[in-house]
Design a protein around this ligand. Structure first.
Ligand SMILES: NC(=O)c1ccc[n+]([C@@H]2O[C@H](COP(=O)([O-])OP(=O)(O)OC[C@H]3O[C@@H](n4cnc5c(N)ncnc54)[C@H](O)[C@@H]3O)[C@@H](O)[C@H]2O)c1
Length: 253
């Protein structure tokens, strides 16, 4: 299998798109460490993967806490023997909701919360896995941003700004870590129906962007998993510093 022998950490693995990444990486043969603040759901996702003969461990982690991220990385390396990849996926959206309002009305604390979870936690993740990726002779990091960065969607300036920062961060890391054969890329999902029990209003919200896409249908978590598996695999061994939009052709990079 494509990812046999590789160990990948996925943050925000208990729900939505992160769950889909974890299940696909495990199905492709990777050992997967699931990090999430929702310990109960995280355990269930890991158990589901193991029931299908995959290899997964659930580690309850608040990724905004550097020491907790470092402990999770150490536990992953101890369990599986190495770390080869990291998907920094935890972010604000459904489980930790965003206030949708004009930029001048964003609550001050929520601006900071967006940057802490969407941006700073990715920095913590990269720092936490770095010694292990170096030890493995290289690796792959994917930071999850958003296609809103390229479209400038109104009413969520803090979300878009915090996701935009990941692109400059990732390009810089790609330059700093290339000598260690560590690749750093960004994936930007489009508006994705990731809610587990969507209301009619949510479905309507996810259907609205369809009309601006080249490929005119609703995006689902399954549309994103192949790109993550590719970036975690050796098939992408010469790709770094790049930003891939997986949004049905909504925006162009
Ligand atoms: N769904 C979309 O339309 C869309 C579009 C573009 C980008 N994204 C991004 O993709 C990622 C996943 O989106 P989603 O729709 O699955 O979101 P979601 O809210 O459904 O899932 C986020 C996951 O992160 C976890 N999490 C939240 N705070 C955490 C913390 N402090 N520590 C550890 N885990 C934490 C949650 O428990 C949850 O499992 C996010 O970064 C999001 O911003 C989503």
């Amino acid at each position: 299998m494509r990812l046999e022998g590789k160990t990948v950490i996925v943050s925000g693995a208990a729900h939505g798109i992160g769950r889909a990444y974890s299940e696909r990486l495990a199905a492709d043969g990777a050992n997967v460490a699931l990090l999430d603040i929702d310990g109960g759901r995280n355990e269930e996702v890991a158990a589901g993967i193991c029931a299908k003969k995959g290899r997964a461990i659930a580690i309850k982690t608040d990724v905004r806490d550097l020491a907790a991220f470092e402990r999770a990385a150490a536990q992953t390396a101890k369990q599986f023997g190495a770390i080869n990849g990291l998907v920094n996926n935890a972010g604000m959206l459904n489980v930790i909701p965003i206030t949708r309002c004009n930029f001048e009305d964003i609550p001050d604390a929520e601006w900071d919360q967006a940057f802490t979870l969407n941006t700073k936690a990715a920095w913590y993740g990269c720092k936490s896995v770095l010694p292990y990726l170096r030890q493995a002779g290289g690796g792959s990091i994917v930071n999850i941003a958003s296609s809103t960065v390229f479209r400038g969607v109104p009413t969520r300036a803090h979300y878009v700004a915090s996701k935009s920062a990941l692109i400059g961060f990732s390009r810089t890391l790609a330059r700093e870590l290339g000598a260690s054969w560590i690749r750093v890329n960004v994936v930007c999902p489009g508006s994705t129906l990731s809610e587990e029990q969507p209301t009619d209003d949510t479905v309507a919200m996810r259907e609205a962007p369809v009309k601006v896409r080249c490929l005119q249908r609703v995006e689902k978590p399954a549309d994103l998993v192949g790109t993550i598996a590719f970036l975690m695999s050796d098939d992408s061994a010469f790709i770094t510093g790049q930003t891939l939009l997986v949004d049905g052709g909504s925006a162009f990079n």
